[in-house]
Design a protein around this ligand. Structure first.
Ligand SMILES: [Cu+2]
Length: 106
C-alpha cells in the first residue's frame, strides 16, 4: 500500500505544531502576588492583574525574561509572554517586599 505524499506531509506538519499556549492569571493583592511560584511553559503568557486600590510596577531583570510593566492601578492588567526557558524573578518597583518566581519550562 502506498501513502499519498500530500497526506504524509500534512501529518508531519500536524505533529510538529506546538501545544496551545496557556494564559496564567497572577493577581497583585494586599501588596503581594497571589502565588509565590508559578510553573509555565515557553510560549505561555502571564496576565498581571492589580486588585489593590493603589498602583504596582511589576518588573523583572532576569535573563529568561526582562520586562518593566510600568505603573498600573486598580483593575489594570498587563500581559507578558514567556519566550525563553529559565527562572524569572518578578518584583515590584513600588513595594520591595513583593516578590515571586516564574519557572519557564520547555
Ligand atoms: Cu507593588
Amino acid at each position: 500500500m502506498q501513502f499519498h505524499p500530500l497526506l504524509v506531509a500534512g501529518a508531519v506538519v500536524l505533529a510538529s505544531l506546538p501545544a496551545a499556549a496557556a494564559e496564567h492569571v497572577l493577581a497583585q493583592k494586599g501588596k503581594a502576588f497571589s502565588v509565590k511560584k508559578l510553573q509555565v511553559k515557553v510560549g505561555d503568557t502571564v496576565k498581571f492583574v492589580n486588585e489593590d486600590p493603589f498602583a504596582h510596577n511589576v518588573f523583572s531583570l532576569s535573563d529568561a525574561k526582562s520586562f518593566d510593566l510600568g505603573s498600573f492601578g486598580q483593575g489594570g492588567s498587563k500581559t507578558v509572554t514567556l519566550d525563553k526557558p529559565g527562572t524569572v524573578e518578578v518584583e515590584c518597583a513600588v513595594h520591595p517586599d513583593m516578590r515571586m518566581v516564574i519557572e519557564v519550562g520547555k
